[in-house]
Write a protein that binds this ligand. Structure first.
Ligand code: PLP
Length: 416
């Protein structure tokens, strides 16, 4: 808002405020659990930083478990049960009781399992309930029109395979779009581009009231804010683990199947790992009980156990405290941007209301691609999203208020 030359005096007051906020931050010491340098890393919503607990354990998995124990590790090192064990470790971070999450495959693949599974669940229920009332088949899938593209592509294919029509709708318009034809609704909890947090409790309730099945994609919320899957009655959910959960590049995703649905969850990818008796090697498929039927084939052990090691950083972290810090960080960053960046150069697209904000700040800006390239050269790592968005992710585990102040100051210097 002010002239760049005036900013240093304001700047020093923001620097002081940042130092005071960092000194009072009860999560501040967690940064030491990560491998970081003196750049400002605001891209943990794309690839989380490396936890210090990971390299040693990966070395052990490779050298001892694979190198020495070899085939014995499927039992002795707990490889076979890793998908459900690590699912139970993620569970408290997304408000789920144990036994409802399995880890494996990519988010894209889990979106496929969940959307097809949701359409099948909705219509199976129809047989029992709606059929009595003479209702027709549920043959419509609603998808978040602002979704991360992969979810949209997969939902379109899943709809085609299940004989459904795909209808893109804005999350806020879902309640009005629901009808007796709606089978499944796929929504992103936090919009990857704008950082907008959608109202999971009320949308889930509306979907349930319409007799449809909810599928939430938690990629940009798990590990950044409370999700409350069990509490809010979410039916199915998926998410990745390499963003706020710091599992490493391409670490496996997860699938949540609410306990009451598990016995009827009919995966479109039944593999031998989802069989009740995988080593029975029978020609007929009998699904395993519980969330296990969300598994498909042999788990990707190296990535999966890197993720398990990475999850150790969460052992004593409260998601509520984390959320409070996340909001304080993004508030402070927005204040600093307002102070340092000349008026009109950037425009926040992330909602200012806390109830509508994830853990990132997106700023619309002319030549955003060029601006981000120069920010990265100056040691402020965010990312650029088409067409004109600067994206800054605030991972409360390792980002501090000093980082927020410096990022805003360097951004301001781009326009002076
Ligand atoms: C990051 C992200 C994905 C990524 O999918 P992959 O299959 O892991 O590549 C999917 N959906 C959303 C909403 C995301 O933010």
């Amino acid at each position: 808002m002010s002239e760049p030359g005036q900013n240093r005096s304001y700047g020093s007051s923001y620097e002081k405020e940042a130092a005071a906020l960092d000194a009072a931050d009860e999560l501040g010491e967690l940064r030491a659990r990560f491998v970081l340098d003196d750049t400002v890393y605001l891209d943990g919503n794309s690839l989380g930083a490396l936890p210090r607990s990971v390299p040693g354990q990966v070395e052990d998995v490779v050298r001892r478990q694979w190198g020495s124990l070899r085939i014995r590790s499927w039992d002795e090192s707990g490889w076979w049960t890793a998908p459900e064990r690590i699912g139970d470790r993620i569970a408290p971070l997304v408000g789920a009781a144990p036994g409802q999450i399995v880890v494996g495959d990519s988010t894209s693949v889990n979106v496929f399992k969940a959307v097809v599974g949701a359409v099948r669940l909705a219509n199976e229920r129809r047989d029992a309930r709606d059929a009595r009332e003479g209702a027709g088949v549920r043959d419509e899938v609603l998808v978040d029109v602002t979704t991360f593209p992969t979810d949209g592509y997969i939902a379109a294919s899943a709809a085609r395979l299940t004989g459904c029509t795909l209808r893109p709708v804005a999350p806020a318009d879902v309640p009005d779009a629901l009808s007796g034809r709606t089978a499944a609704v796929l929504l992103n909890h936090v919009d990857y581009r704008t950082g907008r947090l959608h109202d999971l409790p009320s949308l889930t309730a509306a979907i349930r009231a319409a007799g449809a099945v909810s599928v939430w994609d938690l990629c940009h919320s798990a590990g950044a804010l409370p999700v409350g899957l069990d509490e809010h009655g979410v039916d199915l959910a998926v998410g990745c683990t390499y963003k706020y959960l710091n599992g490493g590049p391409g670490s496996p995703a997860y699938l949540y199947v609410r306990r009451d649905h598990q016995s009827r969850f009919d995966s479109p990818l039944p593999g031998w790992n989802s069989h009740a008796d995988p080593f029975g090697m029978t020609p007929d498929f009998t699904p395993a009980p519980g969330a296990l039927r969300g598994r498909v084939g042999t788990p990707d052990i190296l990535s999966m156990l890197a993720l398990e090691a990475a999850l150790e950083v969460w052992d004593d972290v409260s998601i509520e405290v984390l959320r409070a810090k996340s909001l304080a960080l993004t508030d402070f960053f927005l204040q600093c941007v307002e102070a340092y960046v000349p008026g009109g150069a950037v425009e926040p697209v992330t909602p200012l209301a806390h109830a509508e904000r994830g853990s990132q700040v997106s700023l619309r800006c002319a030549d955003a691609g060029g601006v981000m390239r120069r920010l990265i050269e100056r040691g402020v790592i965010g990312d650029f999203r088409e067409p004109d968005i600067l994206r800054f992710g605030f991972t409360p585990l390792y980002v501090g208020f000093g980082d927020a102040e410096r990022a805003a100051r360097v951004l301001g210097e781009m326009f002076s």
